[in-house]
Structure formats: structure tokens, C-alpha cells
Design a protein around this ligand. Structure first.
Ligand SMILES: C[S@@+](CC[C@H](N)C(=O)[O-])C[C@H]1O[C@@H](n2cnc3c(N)ncnc32)[C@H](O)[C@@H]1O
Length: 256
């Protein structure tokens, strides 16, 4: 990572949290972040990633308000494309290993539909944002039940899969990588820009797909921009296509 990042807090009540996080991520905790490219900032409300000297607002995980929460309250339930992609049917609620958790929106949608979701995120910075969002959501009674079905691991997905015993294998492996050179990422613009600079591109997703095919009991689901080629040029068993997003589904022998 070639960018410089520091941890700050907006007010003194958050200072100890900033220092704790700085220690965990081995980054400096500062009061004046002007010399750094990016700041992870504790505001009164949440942890945000911000680009210094930029008008672009902060990026954060949010399950309580905004689009994800709206979808939770008023969304299309099991009729949603992502639900069809993982094979959700009545009487069939698979366990999901979300290998590219990011800010957790997809994993949250699946957990809100009843799936037990293990989120895996390898970037310590993104994992910190996600953990903050999950912790805040867990205090909201309406959402706490969903949070009970989510666990977060800060780890490299392929390594995690190697450690799984036969009994621990998930029904579904879910991948939503950042696409190299893509102008068509499914991520919102601001988030894509910040993630590209701070996290870099996901260059190893073909290997992750290979490992996921071995780990998943039932199927691997890969989220792609609608017109993108399949990951690693591996033709899926079938696709579910929406307006801008497509899900490529690779079935395990058991699910065919
Ligand atoms: C496009 S974002 C995922 C967005 C997510 N689906 C959401 O709904 O918010 C991709 C994320 O996957 C993470 N990632 C990519 N490859 C990974 C791997 N092999 N193991 C763990 N995390 C990975 C990246 O660090 C990045 O945060």
C-alpha cells in the first residue's frame, strides 16, 4: 500500500477508540491529519474512511439507515436476485461464506433473509469499518436478530478455506471482487475510488474462485458487472442477470 493513513477522532470522547484502533492497525493516531492521504476518523456517529483534502464524503458501513436498511425494511425478500442466486427457497436457507465481505451489504442482505453468514475480509482497514458498522447495528433491536447470524473474520479468504474441516464447509461461497480496470464496478463511485487507492485491486480472484469451488458444498456465486466476462473465463452453470449486475452460479455436484 503506497498511501499514508492515520487514525483521528472528532472529539475527545472517541480519543481512546482511535488510539486502540491505531495500535491494532499499527498506524499513527493523530490530531491533525493534514499530512496523510487518508484518515480513518471516529466521528460521533461512526468510523469513516476519508480522503484528506477531498470534498468526497467519508465511506462507512451502515446497516441502520440508508440504502441497505431501506432494502431490509421494504425490500423484495426472497424474490431478490441475490436470494435466487444463492438458491434460497422456503425450507432451504443455506449457510454462506462471504469471501469478499467489503462493507458487508450483500452479506447483510443474505443474513436478513435467514442465512448464517460468515464474512471474511482481508483488508484490516475495511474490516475495521465493517466491524464498526456491525457493532452499531447490533445495538438496534430491529436488526440485532440479523446480526446474530453474522460473524466477521479478518483474514485472507483462501487461507480461511484451507483451515475448514469437512463439517465446517459452507453451503455457498459468495464472491464480489473488485474488478481490475473496471469502469463498471458494482460498488458506488466514491467507495470504489477510495477502495482502489487504499485496498488495491483484487488480482487473485481466479485462485479464490478455484478454492471456493472445492470448499462450497452446494454452489459458488460470483457477482459481476452485467456485461463482464465470467471470472477466469470459467463459464458458470447458469447466470441471473439484473440491470447492472449479474450473478454467475457454479454448482457443486450435490446441487446439480
Ligand atoms: C467489491 S468489495 C465487496 C463489497 C461487498 N460485497 C458489499 O456488499 O459491501 C471486495 C472486498 O473483498 C475483499 N477481498 C478481496 N479478495 C479477498 C480475499 N481473497 N480474502 C478476503 N477478502 C478479500 C477486498 O479487500 C474488498 O474489501
Amino acid at each position: 500500500m503506497s498511501v499514508s493513513i492515520a487514525i483521528t477522532s472528532h472529539d475527545s470522547s472517541q480519543q481512546h477508540r482511535a488510539e486502540e484502533l491505531a495500535q491494532r492497525l499499527a498506524l499513527p493516531a493523530v490530531t491533525d491529519g493534514a499530512d496523510f492521504d487518508f484518515l480513518l476518523t471516529y466521528t460521533e456517529a461512526r468510523l469513516e474512511l476519508r480522503k484528506t483534502n477531498s470534498k468526497t464524503g467519508g465511506v462507512y458501513a451502515d446497516f441502520v439507515s440508508g440504502k441497505v436498511a431501506h432494502r431490509f425494511r421494504y425490500g423484495g425478500g426472497r424474490g431478490q436476485l441475490i436470494a435466487k442466486a444463492v438458491g434460497l427457497k422456503s425450507g432451504n436457507t443455506p449457510s454462506v461464506l462471504d469471501l469478499t465481505a467489503g462493507l458487508g451489504r450483500d452479506g447483510f442482505v443474505l443474513a436478513s433473509l435467514g442465512c448464517e453468514v460468515t464474512m471474511v475480509e482481508r483488508s484490516p482497514i475495511v474490516a475495521a469499518l465493517l466491524r464498526d458498522g456491525l457493532e452499531r447495528a447490533a445495538t438496534v433491536s430491529e436488526i440485532a436478530e440479523v446480526m446474530g447470524r453474522i460473524s466477521l473474520l479478518e483474514q485472507e479468504g483462501a487461507n480461511y478455506m484451507q483451515s475448514l474441516s469437512e463439517e465446517e464447509r459452507p453451503d455457498i461461497c459468495y464472491l464480489d471482487p473488485m474488478y481490475p480496470h473496471s469502469k463498471k464496478s458494482a460498488l458506488p463511485g466514491k467507495e470504489m475510488m477510495l477502495f482502489r487507492e487504499v485496498v488495491g485491486e483484487d488480482q487473485d480472484t481466479e485462485e479464490l474462485l478455484e478454492a471456493a469451488m472445492v470448499a462450497a458444498r452446494r454452489r459458488v456465486v460470483v457477482k459481476r458487472p452485467r456485461k463482464a466476462l465470467p471470472l477466469g473465463h470459467q463459464e458458470p452453470d447458469f447466470q441471473i442477470t439484473g440491470k447492472s449486475t449479474r450473478y454467475d452460479i457454479y454448482l457443486s455436484a450435490q446441487d446439480t
